[in-house]
Design a protein around this ligand. Structure first.
Ligand code: SF4
Length: 461
């Protein structure tokens, strides 16, 4: 009897954009693997390429369109998914189809099933009686595109706000919270697979559960409310069982966040808050239609620091928003100084196609926007570096990201104050004790000996 040799279909994947897009790519890859497809690292070796796109700012749109073009010329069979896939072109039709009519299919973000349906049409599913029995992937730790020791956990999709500079709600829709049981099952599976740092992401983490009226779900047979506080409590317990960290991203300064602060003060959730303030002047915040724009953010931050003095606050801001006066901008600079924002990023306002802020009066010249961004960064960096310098002499627990030759020449790590990719790092010197080794994905204690720009330099102990 001769055995028929069937080549296993291979799919290429290019993932662009933010951590939320990355989690979409991870879901698609997990499903592909569960159905028996293999993945290809090159366009040429793939039977089909999926491009997960970003459509947030004009540069990202350009990069996504260029990548689709490259994939088409190198491979020819391309499926497009992600935020750009939901964007309209000048003629009101689909922008991706307008620019690249030969793509096989286009979907918006968070569309694993639609992408899989398109894959099945163009590269039929391999039949494998064993793999066909693989259970549905929800709730288990699927394929991750991050290093093995940290992972993003997406708790919801979409957003109920309508900030005037943003088109995400038109691409991702209104807030849809994932069931709390699914989220916690995924978190547990991630910790069990070796994840030491879990990064909670969404468009608006503090709003988790609003859409389902904080419905009671179930985890391990126990009732749990779909709400940020309950989620953090359960995540903290799971993390403790595995000696791991939990970090929260995209939290708005709502009063409900106050509840989470004691968990941070107790060290159960990292005392780190990523709060996208965007501005500080109430009139600009109103023009931006920002969530929590009526909140007294300085007072709230002061209260958070009282409850948890070691809290680190990261934020992003926009300089030169339409109509921003010099006085309004000065308010923003004062805020950064007074609020002692530990890590700040700032964009010069740039109109995003389709955003309502484009129609606002008082659009500022590009030179003014850039000049304000530079002034902002000078102030923010001075605050940030002064705060970093205060850490010299302290001992901190750090998570090792990079340590060639078991750290004999040192390595790169991060403390609770540094989220991967966006913040600084802790540069580790070679350990003094010859018996001490450094391994990626492990924690070590380190004594801070100096600062270097936005980074710390430390001696592992
Ligand atoms: S909160 Fe505002 S900026 Fe953030 S996703 Fe929602 S609409 Fe966009």
């Amino acid at each position: 009897m001769t055995e028929e040799i069937i080549a296993v279909p291979r799919i290429g994947m290019v993932s662009l954009g933010c951590p939320k897009a990355l989690t979409d790519s991870e879901l698609i890859l997990t499903q592909l693997r569960a159905e028996g497809y293999e993945t290809s690292k090159s366009y040429e070796g793939a039977d089909l390429v999926i491009v997960n796109t970003c459509g947030f700012i004009d540069d990202a749109v350009r990069e996504s369109l260029d990548t689709i073009g490259e994939a088409l010329s190198a491979n020819g069979k391309v499926i497009v998914t992600g935020c750009l896939g939901a964007k309209a072109g000048d003629d009101g039709g689909n922008l991706v189809r307008q620019m690249h009519p030969s793509v096989l299919a286009v979907t918006g973000p968070h569309a694993t099933q639609e992408v899989m349906d398109a894959v099945h049409i163009h590269v039929p599913k391999p039949h494998d009686p064993f793999l066909d029995l693989v259970p549905e992937s929800r709730g288990i730790a699927g394929i991750k595109l991050t290093p093995r020791h940290y992972a993003y956990l997406k708790i919801s999709e979409g957003c109920n706000h309508r900030c005037t500079f943003c088109i995400i709600p038109s691409m991702r829709g209104d807030l849809v919270s994932r069931p709390i049981g699914d989220v916690l099952n995924e978190a547990r599976a991630l910790f069990e697979s070796g994840v030491k740092e879990l990064l909670v992401v969404s468009q608006d983490t503090s709003a988790y559960g609003v859409d389902v009226k904080y419905r009671t779900g179930f985890f391990d047979g126990q009732p749990v409310k779909t709400r940020l506080f309950e989620l953090c409590q359960r995540l903290a317990t799971l993390a403790e069982d595995h000696g791991a960290w939990v970090r929260l991203h995209y939290v708005y300064p709502y009063p409900s966040v106050d509840e989470v602060l004691p968990l941070m003060a107790q060290g159960r959730i990292l005392p780190y808050l990523d709060v996208p303030f965007q501005h500080a002047h109430p009139d600009v915040l109103k023009r931006m239609k920002r969530p929590a724009s009526g909140e007294r953010n300085l007072e709230r931050l002061a209260r958070w620091r009282e409850l948890c003095p070691e809290i680190v606050v990261r934020s992003t801001f926009i300089a030169g928003f339409p109509g921003e006066t010099e006085a309004e901008f000065e308010t923003l600079l004062d805020f950064v100084r007074e609020a002692q924002i530990d890590r700040a990023g700032c964009f010069a306002y740039s109109p995003v196609k389709g955003a309502t802020a484009n129609e606002l009066p008082g659009q500022l010249p590009q030179a003014v926007r850039e000049e304000r961004q530079a002034r902002f960064m000078a102030v923010a960096e001075a605050v940030s570096i002064a705060k970093l310098k205060r850490r010299v002499g302290a001992t901190m627990q750090v998570l090792i990201d990079h340590a060639p030759a078991l750290g004999r020449k040192g390595g790169i790590a991060r403390s609770y104050a540094d989220a991967p990719e966006i913040d600084g790092t802790v540069r580790l010197l070679p350990p003094e004790k010859a018996s001490k080794t450094l391994k990626v994905g492990e924690f070590t204690r380190a004594r801070i000996v100096a600062t270097d720009g936005h980074d710390l330099v430390a001696l592992p102990i």
